[in-house]
Design a protein around this ligand. Structure first.
Ligand code: URA
Length: 201
């Protein structure tokens, strides 16, 4: 029998592979489309996400939504998830062991979502996903090709809310993501003139 998306959701909901499972209200799996060319990976659920069972529904999520809408992404274009699916108590950073426990589920999730482009939101996602030598401040804004994926590390929206000076950087990085999606043929070029057909403005 094939392992389906509902099987995957069921596996996540029953997961007790690490101690985060004992304090969670909800397992936070994804929002957007199950299969999408673009994946965003954050750190882990906060209180709002734990309450609602969806990633990025708090303040950082509002900024992420603003960016997505500004660049013309709609939910069918993206799949948003996190390194860990259960809220770390007190919103602490998930440990490497917790991330390691959750990684097989994320790997399965990626196989279902089939993204071409993966955006790593913040240093935790960047660190646990890629095991890099460089800090995110150096790596952000640059494409990393790994297996069949194009990976872009950038700042976490929550970091931007605390460091307004870097706001432009996140916007620029998201602009690069939009451009790449166009180059890859997943999206039409953005027209700046609302009266012009796409690509002619
Ligand atoms: N921060 C994250 O990294 N993920 C969420 O889902 C919410 C806030």
């Amino acid at each position: 029998m094939d392992y389906t998306w509902p099987d995957f959701v069921d596996e996540c909901r029953h997961c007790t592979n690490c101690s985060l499972s004992s304090s969670r209200k909800n397992v936070v799996i994804y929002r957007g489309a199950i299969e999408a060319p673009l994946m965003f990976v954050g750190e882990g659920p906060g209180a709002h996400e734990d309450d609602q069972g969806e990633p990025f529904v708090g303040q950082a999520g509002r900024l992420l939504n603003l960016l997505l809408e500004a660049y013309g992404f709609t939910p069918k274009d993206y799949h948003i998830c996190n390194i860990v699916k259960c809220r770390p108590p007190e919103n602490r950073i998930p440990t490497r062991d917790e991330a390691k426990c959750c990684m097989p589920l994320l790997a399965k999730q990626i196989r279902f979502a089939k993204p071409k482009v993966i955006v790593l939101l913040g240093s935790t996602a960047y660190k646990y996903f890629l095991n890099p030598d460089e800090p995110i401040s150096k790596a952000r804004g640059n494409w990393i090709e790994k297996s069949k994926y194009l990976i872009m590390p950038t700042y976490h929206p929550a970091y931007i809310l605390r460091n307004n000076r870097e706001r432009i950087t996140l916007w620029q990085d998201m602009g690069l993501v939009r451009k790449k999606m166009e180059e890859l043929g997943f999206m039409e070029p953005l027209s700046l003139d609302p009266d012009m057909p796409a690509g002619r403005g």
